[in-house]
Design a protein around this ligand. Structure first.
Ligand code: C2O
Ligand code: CU
Ligand code: CU
Length: 500
């Protein structure tokens, strides 16, 4: 057991056959549903715990640091030690990097894994050679230096590995962290801060009998995304948080590989969404639930002031409809214990921020990205091709030697993600920029509260088409766009674009 776990964690076990190599696997069926059935990929049921572990808050560090990817251990389950990957010894999630807009980042990355790795700054606008492009990797034992200036607005971004073919495994086994940017506009709002601003990194995990994290997707799980029965928040399973009768600001990141959460409170109460991937919305929006796909963030205010001390409230996943692999089960994520009275004078301003809408008329080009994979699957079957590449964009699989789209620095374009014919959810992510979501047609036929803000990842459920608009910056070079279901990404659902 000891040795097998070690091998799994270093990526040299049997799982590597499916993620790291191109060993052909011949399909017996062209229909995805049949294939998923054959491969045993139904929804993975969540196992709720007793919510008796206190929620930890990852320590905050500034932009001058060393992050060392390594095998280590973490106390995910009460009284149990789990073998994991981490950016420091003894911890599954990296520290939260907290900087002011305008700060310089100088981070040394040391790769102590037995395979290539790197760091991508998800949502941050960086020079191409600092972005953690899938081919810009450190060899085992090697290092990289990330040096750039953060010149964008306040928001919750995040960092995680991005080496092509290993992203899903490394992120799932523990390599990720929050990256918080602050600025004057945000400061002037006097939002709940200090102990009242709480990062919630939500992830689902699977384990071996000895509690070591287990990343070993079968082929069905490469189709659906790898999901686990244990929901963790900030690296611990089934946590609670004591709160006072006041407003809290929750910075929520869905850091899961493939699981989507439909966030809601257990008593059905409403909560207020104040920000999205790329910072504050123009004005607060009140909702009773919020769908958050892999890679997406939400900035939420919860007002606990009307509850009496002794009340217990849960943040839940409510059921939702998003294809066959998930959404059928309601489960609890974290418990809030209202433990202390406090008089709260906070009131949320009606206007939070200024967002200049990019006019559609300023777009000089529209590009269509077909992510339905309807053709891709058929093609794969007819050609008797390898299992790899079940997920495609415009029927193409990621190729490091091919630039798929060339765009002009400073120009504005509309990109259309088209999942009209698709039967799987795809959270689509674009590097190098923040975009605005113009509209969604088909499926839900509308935009969510968070989608009125700046975004870098947008969720497409089966049958949906989404249009986004963006202005490319002046950082020239090669970047990627991809599905942030990390199994889909590693499977090749990623293209390159070059800003020239
Ligand atoms: Cu968070 Cu290219 O990824
Ligand atoms: Cu990214
Ligand atoms: Cu996908």
């Amino acid at each position: 057991m000891e040795r097998r776990d070690f091998i799994r964690l270093t990526g040299m076990g049997t799982t590597a056959v499916f993620i790291g190599s191109s060993v052909p696997f011949f399909l017996s069926s062209c229909r995805k549903e049949d294939m998923m059935m054959n491969m045993g990929a139904g929804p993975v049921s969540v196992i709720e715990g007793d919510f008796s572990t206190m929620l930890p808050i990852p320590p905050a560090i500034n932009g001058q640091a060393t992050l060392t990817a390594q095998r280590t251990t973490h106390n995910i389950f009460k009284g149990k030690i789990s073998k994991v990957l981490g950016y420091q010894s003894g911890s599954i999630l990296g520290s939260s990097i907290v900087v002011n807009s305008g700060d310089n980042i100088n981070i040394n990355f040391q790769n102590n894994l037995s395979e290539t790795s790197n760091i991508h700054w998800h949502g941050l606008i960086t020079p191409a050679n600092m972005d953690g492009h899938p081919e810009d990797v450190a060899q085992p034992g090697g290092s990289l230096n990330y040096n750039f200036t953060v010149s964008q607005r306040a928001g919750m971004y995040w960092y995680h590995p991005h080496p092509h073919g290993h992203t899903a495994k490394q992120a799932n086994l523990g390599l990720a962290g929050a990256f918080i940017v602050r600025d004057g506009e945000e400061q002037s709002l006097n939002l709940p801060s200090g102990e009242f601003e709480v990062p919630l990194v939500i992830q689902d995990k699977r384990i071996f009998p000895d509690y070591a994290l287990d990343y070993s997707p079968n082929m069905g799980e490469i189709m659906t995304g790898y999901m686990g029965p244990y929901i963790t928040v900030n690296g611990v399973y089934s946590p609670y948080k004591d709160v006072k009768t006041r407003n809290y600001r929750l910075r929520v990141l869905n850091g899961s590989n493939g699981r989507i959460y439909n966030l809601a409170l257990s008593n059905g109460a409403s909560f207020t969404v104040i920000g999205a991937d790329g910072g504050l919305l123009v004005s607060p929006l009140t909702v009773t639930s919020l769908l958050l796909g892999p890679g997406e963030r939400a900035d939420i205010i919860i007002d606990f002031s009307s509850y009496s001390v002794g009340t217990e409230l849960f943040l839940l996943n409510k059921t939702f409809s998003a294809g066959a692999a998930q959404g059928t089960q309601e489960f609890k994520i974290i418990k809030f214990n209202i433990t202390q009275n406090e008089t709260d004078t906070f009131s949320l301003p009606g206007t939070l921020s200024v967002i200049n809408t990019i006019p559609e008329s300023s777009a000089t080009r529209t590009r269509i990205f077909d992510i339905s994979n309807a053709e891709g699957m058929g093609g794969a079957g007819h050609e008797g091709m390898a299992m790899k590449g079940m997920h495609r964009i415009n029927n193409k699989i990621y190729d490091k030697d091919r630039v798929d789209e060339i765009v002009q620095a400073g120009s504005t374009e509309i990109w259309v993600f088209d999942n009209s014919m698709g039967d799987e959810p795809h959270p689509m992510h674009i590097h190098a920029l923040q975009f605005q979501v113009l509209d969604r047609t088909g499926g839900r036929n509308s935009l969510l509260s968070t989608e009125s803000g700046w975004k870098d990842t947008v969720m497409l459920l089966p049958g949906e088409k989404v249009r986004v608009i963006m202005t490319f910056g002046q950082n020239k070079g090669k970047y990627v766009l991809h599905c942030h279901n990390l199994e889909h990404e590693d499977d090749g659902m990623m293209l390159q674009f070059e800003i020239v």
